[in-house]
Design a protein around this ligand. Sequence first.
Ligand SMILES: NC(=O)c1ccc[n+]([C@@H]2O[C@H](COP(=O)([O-])OP(=O)(O)OC[C@H]3O[C@@H](n4cnc5c(N)ncnc54)[C@H](O)[C@@H]3O)[C@@H](O)[C@H]2O)c1
Length: 332
Amino acid sequence: MRYLITGGAGFIGKSLLLKLIEDKNNTIYNLDKLTYASDINLLNKFLKINDYSNYQFLKVDLANELKTFEAVEIANPDKIIHFAAESHVDKSITNPSNFIQSNIIGTFNLLEASRNHYESLNSNRRTNFRFHHISTDEVFGSIDNNDKFHEKSRYDPRSPYSASKASSDHLVRSWFHTYGLPILITNCSNNYGPGQFEEKLIPTIITKIKNNQTIPVYGDGQNIRDWLFIDDHIEAIIKVLNHGNVGDTFCIGGFGEMTNLKVVHKICDLLDKKLKRENSSRELITFVKDRLGHDKRYAIDSTKIRKELNWRPKYSFDEGIKITINWYLKNK
Ligand SMILES: NC(=O)c1ccc[n+]([C@@H]2O[C@H](COP(=O)([O-])OP(=O)(O)OC[C@H]3O[C@@H](n4cnc5c(N)ncnc54)[C@H](O)[C@@H]3O)[C@@H](O)[C@H]2O)c1
């Protein structure tokens, strides 16, 4: 099977890539622009040590139409898994333009290149071809107390990041209805795990505690997120890619709803134990001015993927966070 993974030098794409590459019958192409959020050195080091010859890297910006078409032609894929995106909400508030270029124009270029490629395939390869778009629960906006997002929830994005992802979801779906491109979409809750870039909440907290620096918490820390351990997300993606019906959407949640403050407290307490600190790291918590348009709560109803594809997360937050903390203590 030939795979083209976009954004394979980022947190989630890299994790899928490392899983798929284990099967030497798979050929993996990693298309990435290498923004500040990518981590190609660690990936290259790992791939070199393990002598993977079934891997090729394509340094391409999806906003470049010509290069994107060339890359899809070189990779000649059976499956495209599209992770590449600008992904940090705060950066989308200060500099939305990159998000429009990468997430909307980039997805459009990739869809057109994929359509061109799909139409050139013989009928056997066409049957197996899939374009899997990786999206977020943030496209649904913020939700009130007992409700949960599901596959039929109304789109209501509220940040430039979530609006750009919502836009890309609509483009992907329209390429299915209009051109018959065999797509799949997954909308996932907040991921965490080893190797996530430092700007995201959990690595920020761990790093601040490690360095004995103040831990910034937005507003009153009562915003709620549904945390999903990276390995569980990867397993869900593989199930959807292999068994999801063409054109379908799946919501993936972690069964791990928690306020940001509770997440910070848990990490403080675990690290205090590990580092044998006398003073509680909770003393480092500083409440800072809230993020503009900060969504109050995200929560996902994962019934569909659980029932149709027999998926549910294997890691509780308490298990996943210990693995994550251990990784950040060992790695820079
Ligand atoms: N991290 C999460 O919690 C989460 C949750 C749900 C969905 N998602 C989605 O999953 C995907 C991957 O997220 P992540 O956390 O791994 O992101 P990340 O920021 O760690 O990695 C994104 C990768 O995409 C690449 N990229 C960005 N713009 C590009 C462009 N124009 N052309 C080519 N490559 C480009 C970057 O260089 C980087 O390697 C994103 O689409 C994101 O919206 C993330």
